[in-house]
Design a protein around this ligand. Structure first.
Ligand code: MN
Ligand code: MN
Length: 461
């Protein structure tokens, strides 16, 4: 069944709202190129809307009431926002969840070296990337250096137009006879992702590594960090520069990290637009580590969400384990993550009837997974039925899709992790072209529909 192109359904009012959201989203992408930066942006937006840290309420032993808004900043890399509803929490929470980590290169713990008069930072890539896409691009460094004295230094180089950028060289075509015959997966190898950061030596004839020494002097001078401080640093190498309008009609956005910051942004905008006291408690989760399997203390398999719900039950009445289990089981969730946009350039890997199209609205994926739906959260038909009504009632343009042709590949999200509690979960997100490339493309209309969909879901699911 063909779905409508969202653009053709819009009023002047829609276009005004869409433009506001698209501009605000681009700023969010520019200010949030790492999970840590995204958390900071989310905290700013939440606090401006009156959200308070849950930890403060816990500390004071405050009771929370319907309409109260709290957030949990989890290790600076994941965040949850809650707005308490009229009904008790054990009646279930309407949850929207996305991830804010994106594919990139991380600096290794001993990254700095000099070779033949050039200083480099060695990297280890994070998430699924086509390594050959990351060479010859202007790159920026974003992250933190945690020093032994407990101070944490923020690093951002390459974003201000006055900043220098860094990057990875590629072999000239003239000498690529061997390279050009290689498989794409190895034409650039992991150990070739070495970032050039300098070439000017210190003036010291005794120096064994004069360019590296010069780099260390700059690091000391600008950031007060020593070489050993890299041992406790998290510095991410990402594409330099801002998100841009894409297309002569400005209908799309070219940006780094649409996966999954487009859904993260839509969730934040949706939850913070809700001024009324919702019927059920609503929640927005922005998780880390999805791109490497949702592992670790900040990934969705961590217990922080469950623990936060337990704290909320405690602050709104008497805590008991059964209430927590009931709350989680009775919850409903949109696992919000991007979907592969149908690309006419590579039509062969898509199945046209079941693809996500740019501009046809927010996309529901009943299942993801690969091969025989392996690793998928296969949402219940009854749940999807209820969501169809909910979306239609809220005039949301939506489409349904799976990730490419059967047996062509596949992917996963955080859906299956929350489904463990027995709650209803479905994947829902925005179609992306060039997913996981340094610069990805989305349609502004799909972003707009995602905001509408997530708002409607939180209020009415
Ligand atoms: Mn994703
Ligand atoms: Mn991804």
């Amino acid at each position: 069944m063909e779905r409508k192109v969202a653009w053709t359904t819009y009023s002047e009012e829609d276009f005004t709202k869409l433009d506001r959201i698209a501009a605000d989203y681009k700023a969010f992408l520019d200010n949030g190129k790492t999970e840590r930066e995204c958390v900071r942006e989310a905290v700013k937006k939440a606090e401006a809307k009156g959200y308070r840290e849950l930890a403060c309420a816990i500390e004071k032993g405050e009771k929370l009431n319907p309409g109260d808004c709290v957030y949990v900043n989890w290790m600076g890399k994941a965040i949850m926002m809650f707005k308490l509803g009229r009904q008790p929490i054990e009646k279930g929470i309407n949850i929207v969840g996305a991830h804010i980590d994106s594919p990139r290169m991380d600096l290794k713990q001993n990254p700095l070296y000099e070779d033949t008069g050039i200083a480099y930072l060695d990297t280890h890539y994070y998430g699924g990337i086509k390594k050959y896409q990351w060479v010859t691009l202007p790159l920026a460094l974003h992250g933190v250096v945690a020093k032994k004295d407990g101070t944490v230094v923020d690093v951002v180089v390459g974003e201000d137009p006055a900043d220098p950028v860094v990057g990875i060289s590629d072999l000239l075509i003239h000498l690529s006879a061997d390279k050009m015959g290689k498989k794409a997966s190895v034409v650039i190898e992991g150990e070739e992702l070495n970032v050039i950061i300098g070439s000017k030596p210190v003036k010291d004839e005794e120096a064994k590594e004069p360019v590296k020494d010069a780099m260390l002097a700059i690091l000391k001078d600008k950031y007060g960090i020593e070489e050993e401080d890299f041992l406790s640093a998290e510095i991410e190498v990402v594409p330099a520069g801002p998100a841009r309008d894409f297309g002569l009609d400005r209908s799309m956005i070219l940006g780094y990290g649409h996966d999954d910051r487009v859904c993260a942004y839509a969730q934040i905008d949706a939850i913070l637009s809700i001024d009324e006291i919702p019927e059920k408690t609503i929640c927005c989760i922005l998780a880390d580590k999805e791109e490497i399997g949702s592992v670790g203390a900040t990934g969705m398999t961590g217990k922080y969400f469950e623990n936060a719900v337990a704290e909320l039950i405690n602050l709104t009445g008497d805590y008991c384990d059964l209430k927590l289990r009931r709350a989680l089981t009775a919850s409903r969730m949109l696992s919000c993550d991007v979907s592969a946009g149908y690309d006419p350039n590579f039509a062969g890997v898509f199945e046209r009837k079941n693809s996500a199209y740019l501009g046809k609205g927010v996309c529901f994926n009943k299942y993801t997974g690969s091969r025989g739906k392996g690793g998928s959260n296969d949402a219940n038909a009854e749940y999807l039925g209820a969501l169809r009504k909910l979306m239609d009632d809220a005039n949301v343009n939506f489409q349904t899709a799976e990730l490419g042709k059967v047996d062509q590949g596949g992917g996963g999200t955080i859906a299956y992790i929350c489904a463990v509690y027995g709650m209803e979960v479905i994947d829902s997100g925005v179609a992306v072209l060039s997913m996981h490339a340094p610069w990805e493309i989305i349609s502004k209309a799909d972003l707009y529909e995602a905001v509408k969909a997530y708002r409607a879901f939180m209020l009415n699911a």
